[in-house]
Ligand binder design. Structure first.
Ligand SMILES: [Zn+2]
Length: 484
């Protein structure tokens, strides 16, 4: 049996087929030795009624298939050109944004293949993919390519590593520089297609605030702990929120999110409270009457945010779970029935959760390799050994990989919360915020504010730092990184 690598994928529009080119020689990766071709019909997903869709696309009825899937309607066409026309018609007539990716990438996603995956040629010209962890496979390829090309310059190693890893991971040939936002866009496109999810329609133009404070505050980067919380303790994603299968039965269920609205009754007259959620209290203020009373209460007590209230004995109101739990403890309220729960699925893992978990794992593996390389090279402890380490291409390779994963992790989490990406969904954004808020509350009840959009805590208080360093290991999560 011969071992081969997938080096190229092409779509043949006229014959409605995909051609995969394989090579058995990594030194000449552009020369293929075997071609596999098969029929392929591309598709996209949309949230629309089937009869309406069929009417709108009646001109193409002979060349398309419209199928109702679990999460949306699938439009499959004989060829990509027809599919593009269908997309245009539906987009113009419904005003919906539709996600349509190239046939090559669709094919790779459907068949769970990617560039540089390893295959065996078996009898009758059939091919079998060798299943092994993607990192083992890539590492083998990277080492070969880097040795063969005799790349001694660290910046070149960095570039080549990034291109090869991303080409494999994104199932798309990366030939020039690519930004992290583009990278994440591809990752999300692939997963929306794989899961058959239509593109969300909530994207908003939004301006990034980029105020850099330069004072003596300590900046704590909590990207990694948050990543663990989103995937390990919770299951946050587009398809995992408020599912039909895991509706909570009471407020203490493990999958209840702290932005659930809890029906409570108040026990005192003229009562106000300060919500843990600044944005929620601001919205409450705008939407509810007795504005003047809150304004004067805020002024009298020199508060930085609007209080919630005033409430009177036996008043019923739905308030945030995070606030309700504290007010219950302080005996200020009683918890009633009929809550508006927000929750996550306990059965099916969301793809965002999977992506984050994968990157965390890849990062851990490469960190181990770095530790190993470093300790082997430093064991002799002479200057010559340090120099040797600096010339060690593997060392650069591992560092390039680690930087790539660290960056991807950080950007993925901020990407989901960014209102001007095409995948923005408020429900997901609010779920993440509620997890940050809950964590913040558990670290310190008094003073701990997470920057809402970025995964950083700023503080001048060193005892808070101590609290943070104690908190995360207690729930089995690594201590966050600190930068001054
Ligand atoms: Zn569920």
């Amino acid at each position: 049996m011969e071992k081969m690598f997938l080096v190229n994928v092409e779509y043949d529009e006229k014959k409605s087929r995909i051609m995969c080119k394989f090579s058995n020689n990594l030194e000449e990766i552009n020369k293929h030795t075997f071609i596999h071709s098969e029929k392929f019909y591309p598709s996209f997903f949309i949230n629309l009624r089937k009869d309406l869709t069929k009417t709108l696309l009646s001109d193409f009825s002979k060349n398309i298939i419209v199928t109702e899937k679990r999460k949306a309607l699938e439009i499959k066409a004989k060829d990509y050109e027809t599919l593009q026309k269908c997309k245009k018609i539906l987009q113009l007539s419904t005003n919906k944004n539709i996600l349509l990716i190239e046939p090559e990438r669709q094919f790779l996603i459907d068949s769970d293949w990617s560039y540089y995956d390893t295959f065996y040629l078996v009898e009758n010209k059939k091919i079998n993919k060798i299943s092994q962890s993607p990192l083992t496979n890539l590492n083998f390829i990277l080492k070969k390519i880097i040795n063969n090309l005799d790349l001694k310059i660290s910046s070149r190693i960095n570039q080549v590593t990034k291109k090869i890893i991303l080409t494999n991971y994104l199932k798309k040939k990366i030939t020039k520089e690519i930004t992290t936002t583009q990278t994440i866009n591809y990752i999300f496109e692939n997963n929306f297609y794989k899961k058959g999810l239509p593109q969300p329609q909530e994207s908003l133009p939004y301006n990034y605030e980029n105020k850099q404070k330069k004072d003596k505050t300590i900046k704590i980067d909590i990207t990694e702990p948050i990543a663990y919380l989103l995937t390990k303790e919770n299951n946050i994603g587009y398809e995992s929120l408020n599912c039909q299968c895991c509706k909570p039965r009471n407020i203490h269920d493990k999958n209840v999110l702290s932005n659930s609205l809890i029906n409570v009754s108040f026990l005192k007259d003229g009562y106000y409270y300060i919500s843990k959620d600044y944005f929620w209290s601001k919205e409450y203020h705008i939407k509810n009457k007795e504005k003047e009373k809150r304004e004067s209460y805020k002024k009298q007590n020199s508060l930085t945010s609007y209080p919630v209230g005033p409430f009177y004995r036996k008043d019923s109101k739905k308030i945030l779970l995070i606030d309700a739990l504290r007010l219950k403890e302080d005996k200020e309220i009683e918890i009633q029935e009929n809550h508006e729960y927000r929750w996550f699925c306990k059965k099916e893992k969301a793809f965002v959760s999977e992506i984050i978990k994968d990157i965390l794992n890849l990062k851990q593996v490469v960190e181990k390799s770095i530790n190993l390389t470093t300790s082997l090279n430093y064991s002799n402890n002479s200057l010559g050994q340090v120099k040797k380490l600096e010339k060690n291409t593997l060392f650069y390779l591992y560092h390039s990989e680690k930087n790539l994963y660290t960056h991807l992790l950080k950007e993925t989490i901020s990407f989901i919360q960014n209102k001007n990406t095409k995948f923005y969904k408020q429900e997901v954004d609010l779920a993440i915020k509620s997890i940050k808020q809950k964590t913040c509350d558990q670290i310190s009840q008094e003073e701990c504010r997470f920057s809402i959009r970025k995964e950083t805590i700023r503080t001048k208080d060193r005892t808070l730092l101590e609290k943070i360093n104690n908190y995360f290991p207690k729930i089995n999560i690594p201590v966050p990184e600190i930068s001054f």
